[in-house]
Design a binder for this molecule. Structure first.
Ligand SMILES: Cc1cc2nc3c(=O)[nH]c(=O)nc-3n(C[C@H](O)[C@H](O)[C@H](O)COP(=O)(O)OP(=O)(O)OC[C@H]3O[C@@H](n4cnc5c(N)ncnc54)[C@H](O)[C@@H]3O)c2cc1C
Length: 383
């Protein structure tokens, strides 16, 4: 039953994506513009709301279906980075928000009336060491006053709401370093001059920004959960994020493998298809085998997640494996296509740039290795 539903969903997503060919993404990439029509169609199809429970107007699907959707978008040559955050970020609200907060925001997110695409954690002076963020939310009566600076915050211009992680107690206040961080929903439509958004030029079309908070007022009722416990709320969403981004990387790897396989059969040099040469054939086969491995670990992580079982090890490992194999397949594609790999028209170089992102974001693979070293293998902590 589950497999049939997945196959049907896969087919529907494929159909939608077929209306957005390589040329569509190439134009956006060149102009560094947002895939408005694509995101609109995904929203109308209910895909971006897939994890929102039925009681809040969503289809109430599981992570398995979300993984299928994102994998297929990437397998088709598209890029879900413009909107994937909406899928898993509302989990912070769903798991830790009050009934009033859920009733206030989730139905509108489910219908597409509200966009929750921005997620502000990273800061220049903290990097991967999130507990060192210094953006501060100071409580004043029924409001918090936020000041600080974030970097690499994506999709701010295409979002109505932002999930913000800020300190509410200084790091050196004597508590554990993971204490004293809080999560807020910021209504970007009301922020006015208190938020300045400066786009950062990136090697991919990702709508990424530096964001400055200058006495931004956030009502107390927009704080998610308890003050000071925000770090654990953000962490609780990490497994879903890792699994879903692994699915995008799996999709990227499959995209490259499909394209390479087709091209290697068709391109004739020295009177034979290039795919007849083992120097071309074996790297494609190797990438395919490794992609199957990444998918197996991803599927295991999905099964555990949907069963409510602990899955942090599997979620981290599948993110690692999938991002590595996507990058391997990207390089194999560059070799297979020769000079044409670099020609924009073939769509390989764009995907090559996009696939590289997942080795470093939203979590750098070294941090994944350190998670596995410490928490799975019991090796000494390095930080
Ligand atoms: C296109 C893009 C979009 C993004 N969108 C968002 C967003 O919407 N919201 C958001 O909050 N953030 C976003 N980010 C930020 C992203 O999550 C960070 O870039 C990522 O977490 C890594 O942090 P950093 O860049 O500061 O690297 P750093 O932490 O400075 O790390 C640099 C390098 O050092 C390594 N390193 C650091 N410490 C250790 C250690 N102890 N052991 C071994 N190696 C180590 C890392 O693995 C990495 O390779 C985005 C980033 C990019 C590039």
């Amino acid at each position: 039953m589950g497999a049939e539903v997945d196959a049907e969903l896969r087919e529907q997503v494929r159909k939608l994506c077929s209306r957005y060919p390589s040329e569509y993404w190439r134009k956006l990439d060149r102009a560094r513009t947002y895939p408005k029509e694509f995101v609109q169609e995904l929203t109308e199809a209910g895909y971006l709301a897939c994890l929102i429970p039925e009681q809040y107007g969503g289809p109430g699907l599981e992570i398995r279906e979300a993984a299928v959707i994102l994998e297929e978008i990437h397998h088709s040559g598209g890029n879900a980075a413009a909107c994937h955050a909406q899928m898993y970020m509302m989990g912070t609200l769903l798991r830790h928000g009050s009934p009033e907060q859920k009733a206030r925001w989730l139905p509108d997110i489910a219908s597409g009336a509200l966009r929750l695409q921005a997620f502000a954690v990273t800061e220049p002076d903290a990097g991967s060491d999130t507990t060192r963020i210094s953006t501060f939310a100071e409580r004043k009566g029924d409001r918090y006053i936020v000041n600080g600076r974030k970097i690499f915050i994506s999709r701010v211009q295409h979002s109505d709401l932002m999930v913000l992680l800020a300190r509410t107690t200084p790091r050196n206040a004597g508590e554990k370093k993971t204490h004293g961080l809080s999560v807020f929903i910021v209504d970007l439509r009301e922020a006015g001059d208190a938020i300045e958004v400066r786009p950062v030029d990136m090697m991919i079309n990702h709508g990424t920004n530096e964001v400055f908070f200058d006495d931004l007022e956030v009502p107390v009722e927009n704080r998610i959960g308890e003050e000071g416990k925000g770090f654990s709320y953000i962490l609780s969403g990490m497994n879903a994020e890792r699994i879903l981004l692994a699915s995008e990387s799996v999709g990227d790897a499959l995209f490259f493998i499909d394209r390479c396989t087709k091209y290697a059969k068709e391109r004739v040099v020295f009177d034979r298809p290039i795919g007849q040469n083992q120097g071309i054939q074996f790297p494609i086969a190797r990438a395919y085998i490794r992609t199957q491995g990444a998918m197996t670990v991803r599927d295991r992580a999905v099964a555990l997640y949907d069963a409510g079982e602990p899955c942090a090890a599997e979620a981290n490992m599948c993110k690692f494996l999938a991002s590595e194999v996507a990058w391997e397949a990207a390089n194999v594609a560059m070799d297979t296509f020769g000079g044409y790999g670099m020609a924009e028209e073939f769509g390989i170089e764009r995907k090559f740039r996009e696939a590289r992102l997942y080795l470093v974001a939203p979590v750098a693979n070294n941090l994944v290795l350190s998670y596995v070293g410490q928490h799975v293998l019991g090796l000494p902590r390095s930080f």
